[in-house]
Design a protein around this ligand. Structure first.
Ligand code: G6P
Length: 612
């Protein structure tokens, strides 16, 4: 989604802003812009440069000297108004005095626009953001300070926002406000930063202050003060970021997606450290904030997430049913929050999110809490909104994920679910021996992922073949179905080829009509009690001229049911889907590379969707 960066200090602001924006590009990237203030130039106290396209297009548009030591920048992912230079942020007020960057959505912007138009203000963009610049300017012209003007303007808007505001007549400060969109302040030595994502400022400081909804802050080179609507000052302390610059570099890989796929053996190993309890055959999950006797009281589990996180949630629900034998299901958080769901005190709600900022998932958390339910989170981004609002949770410790198409964070989610299922199982009927069996299976996963990745070349060859098809099926049944869903999702989001997931069992009830030599299938065929049925379904496809790439286990006799065979090592049957997913990551990746697509930045998609 959109990204914000801001700077106040002794350095020239423009290079700091551009570097920060480059690191935020993965969040949204149809246009970008910066505004800098230069108190020494009376002719040009403020300059704004904006460009459609990438941050590198903005860089090319910057004048050689863009002097100024206070500034704000933005990368945009269009919501209101097409991607274009005039819709790019920063937006400027009618009098040229105020510059604003904004993440989020202003719900009452149409009303505010028409009011401003009636007052004679000429609006120059189609965005919802522009109204904020005019509102702040109007308050400033009535004699308010920038802090008070921002507060007064925010009082008139309804919606979600992370805002950074400049006043050309107060060039030593940036005023920020947060409601529903992430925002943090970076504390440097004699300089301060503002960002929507720590990635933007990690090169400069590891000390950050996470703002809460309802917070405002006035940021100058030597510090900041935060306050709220009611004027009360708030004390927000700095925390240390768990993020390094190296983690945000490609490190010899062509794409972040490739790097992140290959990080998995090590990152999973790290995630499991200290979490497996051999003595009791369970998982240690102190962050859940739930004692075993409380956990036991839950009679049902509802998993909520969006996109790929929802598909992993399906996998998680089946692990919970398998290991804890309590009913569990998954639902898209985006649907759940809008359907007036019945919240049961005996249900454990589990939200799952890489970014911890997905608006639909965050609102689902609030819906559950408002109605008295207990909600825990499986979240990757430490200190994110969801992580802070849930009643407890499991941090995924996947490290930063930059590629829009998620891979390692999803693997960590599924392992997080395995830990949760194990924990729930052991307070229900899962035996100590079975607990130990799952622990041994989990310990084997890092090495087994490495084994799968060692077969990358043959996966790449299969992917190149699949890339030639205009459309394809991903099929699997029961535990294999979420694997197929995620495989299809990954494939379509980065190759732009139509890929549809279907339960293998349902093929004969309709989609078989589509099978032809032009429509290949990727079939998930683990060596479980459904193996024979899955092979029969693959044969039915072959009999109708379709080709089948089978992702299967060693020893499974596919006969002529598959045109291509991809093997993954066998683990415990409950954990097998985690490993069966790994080849689908490489299939999507190599197909997109073969097609020459921009793997890390698929069109129209954002890494985390912080608007509704
Ligand atoms: C967006 C992304 C998806 C992601 C989903 C949930 O739609 O494009 O890749 O799965 O959000 O993101 P989250 O950060 O909550 O896991």
């Amino acid at each position: 989604m959109c990204g914000i960066v801001g700077y106040v200090g002794p350095q020239q602001a423009a290079p700091v802003l551009v570097e920060g924006l480059t690191r935020l590009e993965y969040r949204g990237y149809d246009s970008a812009g910066v505004a800098v203030l230069n108190p020494r130039s009376s002719a040009h106290p403020s300059r704004v440069v904006r460009a459609q396209g990438r941050v590198r297009d903005l860089e090319a548009a910057l004048p050689a000297r863009l002097a100024g030591t206070t500034g704000i920048g933005h990368t945009r992912w269009a919501t209101h108004g097409e991607p274009s230079e005039r819709n790019a942020h920063p937006h400027t007020s009618y009098d040229g005095r105020v510059h604003v960057v904004h993440n989020g959505i202003i719900d009452n912007f149409a009303l505010l626009r028409s009011r401003l138009t009636e007052e004679g203000v000429e609006l120059t963009s189609e965005t919802d953001t522009e109204v904020i610049a005019h509102l702040v300017a109007r308050e400033l012209s009535a004699g308010l300070t920038l802090e008070d003007a921002v507060r007064a303007a925010v009082g008139q808007i309804v919606g979600t926002y992370a805002l950074a505001v400049l006043d050309a007549q107060a060039p030593e400060r940036v005023v920020v406000a947060r409601n529903g969109s992430p925002l943090l302040i970076g504390v440097g030595d004699g300089e301060m930063f503002v960002a929507s994502d720590p990635a933007a400022i990690v090169r400069h400081t590891s000390q950050v202050v996470l703002l809460d909804d309802g917070d405002f802050a006035s940021v100058t080179a030597d510090g900041f003060h935060s306050f709220t609507d009611g004027e009360a000052k708030t004390a927000r302390a700095a925390v240390t970021l768990d993020l390094t610059v190296e983690e945000l570099e490609l490190g010899g890989h062509d794409h972040f997606m490739h790097k992140e796929i290959h990080e998995q053996p090590e990152s999973v190993e790290r995630m499991l450290t200290g979490r497996l309890d051999d003595r009791f055959g369970t998982a240690k999950l102190a962050g859940l904030n739930l004692e075993p006797r409380h956990l036991r009281r839950f009679e049902r589990v509802k998993v909520l997430g969006c996109g790929s996180a929802y598909y992993v949630g399906q996998l998680g629900a089946s692990m919970i049913e398998d290991l804890a034998r309590i009913p569990a299901d998954a639902e898209p958080a985006s649907e759940f929050r809008y359907r007036n769901p019945i919240i049961e005190p005996s249900t454990l709600y589990v939200v799952v999110s890489q970014s911890g900022e997905t608006a639909d998932t965050l609102f689902a958390v609030r819906e559950v809490q408002r109605k008295g339910g207990t909600v825990v989170g499986l979240v990757n981004a430490v200190g994110s909104s969801i992580a802070r609002e849930v009643d407890g949770g499991i941090y995924l410790h996947a490290g930063p994920e930059v590629a829009v198409a998620s891979t390692k964070a999803l693997t960590h989610m599924s392992i997080g679910f395995a830990l949760l299922a194990l924990n729930l199982g052991r307070v229900h009927d899962l035996s100590f021996a079975d607990g130990q069996r799952i622990i041994a299976g989990l310990r084997a996963i890092p090495g087994q992922i490495a084994e799968i990745l060692a077969g990358e070349e043959s996966l790449a060859a299969a992917a190149r073949e699949l890339a030639t098809a205009p459309s394809l099926f991903f099929i699997g049944r029961v535990r294999g179905y979420p694997v197929a869903r995620e495989g299809a999702q990954k494939f379509k989001e980065i190759t732009y080829r139509h890929a549809e997931a279907y339960p293998t069992s349902e093929l004969k009830h309709g989609p078989l009509a589509l099978i032809s030599p032009e429509l290949p299938s990727v079939a998930i065929i683990p060596d479980d009690d459904l193996v024979e049925r899955n092979i029969t379904a693959a044969q039915e496809i072959r009999a109708r001229g379709g080709s089948v790439v089978a992702i299967t286990h060693p020893g499974v006799d596919l006969g002529d049911a598959a045109t291509q065979r991809i093997e993954v090592p066998r683990n415990e049957v409950e954990l097998d889907p985690i490993l069966l997913t790994i080849p689908t990551q490489l299939l999507g990746y190599h197909a997109a590379v073969a097609l020459g697509e921009d793997v890390d930045r698929p069109r129209n998609l954002a890494k985390s969707v912080t608007v509704e």
